[in-house]
Design a protein around this ligand. Structure first.
Ligand code: ANZ
Ligand code: ZN
Length: 877
């Protein structure tokens, strides 16, 4: 026997760079469609190249990588791509600040972040990488748009934007701070300008119905999407207006029709504009309304304001005259822009009527009121239950012929009546609006349209695409360089050849992120996607932040349907399974400044003091040793300076440890609290496993395992090995429960630490256990696993190609079981019996157990109950 050499100690830097160069040289993760394995497309939401990876990225991409590597080990042809969502406002802001072009800034960030991703060892097919700001990417988007334009699925209409009167520019919502321009500080105005829209509303019902076919999506996301689509069934009802055309209202509550005491219309409603023509006070009021917010949230919260137009509408059933008011909470863009107001049962109408002393009338009541306050209607305070149509304990009152009907009954009766008389009709409305894709920003994909005085808006012909965005520009922060440059927009009309001008708006950046998943499947394809798309799509596992639950994921689903209808893909939905990972949070630390503000201190600069029960009792700044205050645990952010730079953690601990911690600290959907002590714990575990393997192999190769020859202890270790394989396989594959998988491997490693058996079969059992541990951790710690697998004697088989270990069910069988022995229901001892022991043998052993025997002394045994595998209860007296 040779003297064991000192085992190589764990050097993550060396191990990781060795594994990474190996993968790179072998192109280990490049895939194509020529495979007899089932495909698995694992996609993580692509990053915005902001400058450096943050912990949220690391968490997202590690989850995706663990799933990808696990799927590869279980026999799948796995595609895991990566790219850059490279257009967007931050590049413009950074360009102004750093006096560089947005393109230059973006490309530099991509370089840096790519190397960061590579240092984390993700199993990415880098040959498919792209940046969405490149013409060879966005040309497809432009071609798609011109197609949609010809099909009528894209159109132009006026729409309101935020206008900064000082900078003479349109502002994005996030550039409006407290109603003022972020640079100029000027009060922002609303302006109507023509903008391009995609008809996502044509797909509203399909987008809604499709959610029922997505069992692999979180319910929370599906609910948010349903609410966003906001399907409402109701009636359109006509109200005659004295001296004018009839007014049509949309209501979901026709059952409250007899409670209508006025009609409310939007400030932009044509009838309001007509009335204002001869009513200067009203005209002034309409002008004022234009300055309010435009978002629905703002409309919900702002104070109710209105003005009587002086017009009178005729109630379609009673013939009574009711006033027509302009109300600031009625949206022109929803329904008909006109509402039959029922202050008795609609809260907004109630607040409005209370403010302007308009009549309030009860028409819905409880069928069987119990409490006194339910028996009388109180028009001075709002009662929510009157307005809830889903309740079946309500009925119509004060409604003449409709009294006694419920919501459904009244709905049907009125729908039928109005449809017969031509005074109204059933109608489904969606809250979903068409997707406004125009942005007045520079750093985006140019909208491929040419304006000609004679021909109007003409799509740029395919042969002239792409319309390229100039990258070499200077930004002064006021105007988009392509808007400021009179030359860029000059062109000829593709139809008549006359002098014409290009559109200078660019697309919303959600456009690029709506189809990138399809492009990854078809690198180099002439069109957006080719037949390779049908091999890979739909995405089998999509992973990203919950903040994308509504917009991105809606556009992503919409775009897939556009691709399907353009016959580019066969499927209806882009992704079968969706995982929304939780936030990364961390402690906050600060010191108070004299002026009451706070100086936030980064957690890496803080030393934490704990008591002997590990409770935090204080914190000091490492630099000066003086105390700092501890704030709440919050999402990592710049404003609280509690972000931990992943790169510094990778440099300090290695990528595997960072990956291990981010998978161990919390289940993927939950918040993950970053703490360095936890990271150190993970580093210790990896080092221990490393040493266990190195010590084991230093003693030479293990003999072949002879299952029949194992001792009880050896069998117990082997059983643990296979129990662990079984559990980890389930945790990865069925539950995405990575933290419990890691914990199981830790237990196995602990057991090996106590298993001190240098016999040939002892070593064979240890070899099997260590191989299992290394393989089971491979999806999470691929670098260490790569090296340890080789150390375990597999120079020729690569761990990247090794299958996930199989459970040997024989090994799970317990030869002996431990039984509790009770006398008259009280625990007196335990016995070890063979798993297939006969009943009388078990009884005999139980009675002979020394402590039990003591308690049985002098008693007569009446009965012995044996619960197999669990207990023996001896009844004696
Ligand atoms: C009378 C009524 C009585 C209403 C009642 C509600 C409760 P959803 O479910 O979102 O579709 N409405 C219609 N068009 C509107 C607009 N352009 N701006 C603001 N509000 C509008 O809501 C439909 C209900 O919202 C409609 O039903 C209408 O008020 C109002 F007890 O009609 B209801
Ligand atoms: Zn023309």
């Amino acid at each position: 026997m040779s003297i064991a050499a000192e085992p190589a100690s764990y050097d993550p830097k060396a191990v990781e760079s060795q594994a990474q160069s190996f993968w790179e040289a072998r192109r280990a993760f490049e895939v194509d469609e020529q495979s007899d394995k089932p495909k698995f497309y694992c996609l993580s939401m692509l990053p915005y190249p902001s400058g450096a990876l943050h912990m949220g990225h690391v968490r997202n991409y590690t989850i995706g990588d663990v799933i990808s590597r696990y799927k590869r080990m279980t026999g799948h042809n796995v595609l895991q791509p990566m790219g850059w969502d490279a257009f967007g406002l931050p590049a413009e802001n950074a360009a102004i600040k750093n006096r560089t072009a947005p393109a230059k800034w973006t490309y530099a960030n991509i370089e840096h972040m790519r190397s960061q991703l590579k240092s984390l060892g993700y199993a990415i097919d880098w040959s498919r990488e792209f940046a969405t700001c490149r013409p060879e990417y966005y040309v497809h988007e432009q071609r798609m748009f011109t197609r949609l334009l010809r099909k009528g699925l894209a159109y132009r209409k006026n729409s309101v934007v935020n206008w900064d009167p000082v900078d003479q520019t349109v502002l994005a919502n996030e550039q409006v701070i407290d109603g003022r321009g972020w640079r100029s500080g000027a009060l922002v105005e609303k302006r109507e300008i023509p903008q391009w829209f995609l008809r996502i509303t044509d797909y509203a019902q399909e987008l809604l119905d499709g959610l029922d076919d997505l069992p692999g999506w979180p319910d929370a996301v599906k609910t948010m999407q349903r609410n966003w689509i906001g399907r409402s069934e109701g009636l359109e009802i006509q109200f005659a207006v004295e001296g004018h055309e009839p007014l049509t209202v949309f209501t979901t509550r026709p059952d409250t029709l007899m409670g209508v005491t006025f009609v409310s219309i939007a400030g932009e409603h044509p009838l309001a504009l007509k009335a204002a023509a001869s009513n200067p006070a009203l005209a002034t009021f309409l002008e004022e309304l234009k300055h309010g917010g435009v978002s629905e949230a703002e409309l919900e919260t702002q104070e109710k304001r209105g003005m009587d137009t002086g017009l009178r509408a005729i109630h379609p059933i009673t013939g009574d005259k009711v006033p027509v008011w302009v109300a600031n909470f009625v949206l022109m863009g929803y329904g008909t822009g006109a509402v039959m107001a029922v202050p008795g049962h609609d809260q907004r109408d109630f607040e409005f009527a209370s403010k302007y002393a308009l009549p309030i009338q009860q028409v819905i009541a409880l069928k069987a009121p119990k409490h006194d306050d339910e028996k009388t209607y109180d028009a001075t305070t709002w009662r929510d239950w009157y307005g809830d149509k889903t309740r079946d304990d309500l009925e119509l009152v004060n409604s003449g012929e409709f009294d006694g009907l419920d919501y459904r009954g009244a709905f049907e009766a009125l729908a039928e009546r109005f449809e017969r008389k031509g005074q109204g009709q059933r109608r489904v409305n969606y809250r979903l609006r068409d997707w406004g894709v125009s942005r007045q920003r520079y750093w985006g994909c140019p909208i491929p349209v040419i304006y000609c005085n004679a021909c109007g808006a003409v799509p740029v012909p395919d042969s002239d695409l792409p319309v390229v965005l100039p990258e070499n520009v200077t930004l002064d922060g006021v105007k988009s360089p392509i808007k400021a440059d009179p030359e860029w927009r000059k062109t000829k009309c593709p139809q008549c050849g006359a002098a014409a001008e290009r559109e200078t708006d660019t697309f919303d950046t959600f456009m690029e992120s709506s189809w990138y998943y399809a492009r990854y499947t078809s690198p180099g394809a002439k069109d957006m996607v080719d037949k390779r798309g049908n091999y890979w799509l739909p995405v089998d596992q999509y992973i990203g932040g919950i903040e994308h639950a509504i917009l991105h994921l809606m556009y992503f689903r919409f775009y897939h349907k556009l691709l399907r209808d353009a016959r580019m893909v066969d499927s209806d939905e882009p992704a079968t399974n969706l995982l929304t990972q939780g936030m990364v949070i961390a402690e906050t630390f600060y010191r108070d400044n004299a002026d009451g503000s706070k100086d936030w201190i980064n957690p890496v600069d803080v030393e934490i003091q704990r008591d002997d029960k590990a409770r935090v009792v204080g914190a000091t700044l490492k630099a000066d040793g003086q105390p700092v205050k501890i704030g709440p645990v919050e999402k990592m952010s710049k404003s609280k300076n509690n972000g931990v730079d992943p790169q510094s953690m990778v440099d300090k601990f290695g990528a595997d440890t960072v990956r291990l911690f981010s998978m161990f600290a919390a289940p993927p959907e939950q918040s993950l609290e970053w703490n360095e002590a936890g990271v150190e714990g993970m580093a210790r575990f990896l080092r221990r496993l490393w040493t266990q393997v190195q010590k084991h192999v230093a003693d030479g190769a293990a003999q072949a395992l002879d299952v029949a020859a194992l001792t009880a202890d050896q069998k117990a270790v082997r059983r643990k090995t296979h129990e662990t394989i079984d559990k980890v396989g389930n945790d990865y594959g069925k539950r995405h429960s990575f933290n419990t998988a890691i914990a199981a491997v830790m237990e196995l490693s602990n057991l090996l630490g106590k298993f001190d058996d240098a016999s040939p079969q002892g070593r064979a059992v240890r070899q099997e256990a260590l191989e299992a541990a290394v393989l089971l951790l491979n999806p999470i710690t691929p670098h260490a696993s790569h090296a340890l697998w080789q150390a375990l004697g597999h120079e020729e088989t690569l761990i990247e190609d090794v299958a996930f270990p199989q459970v040997d069910t024989e090994a799970l069988v317990r030869d002996s079981v431990t039984l509790a022995v009770q006398v008259n229901g009280k625990l007196r001892g335990t016995i070890e019996v063979s798993a297939d022991a006969a009943r009388d043998q078990v009884e005999a052993l139980a009675k002979a157990e020394p402590n039990t025997a003591k308690f049985l002394e002098g008693l007569a045994i009446r009965k012995v109950i044996v619960v197999p595998g669990k207990i023996v209860n001896i009844v004696a007296g």
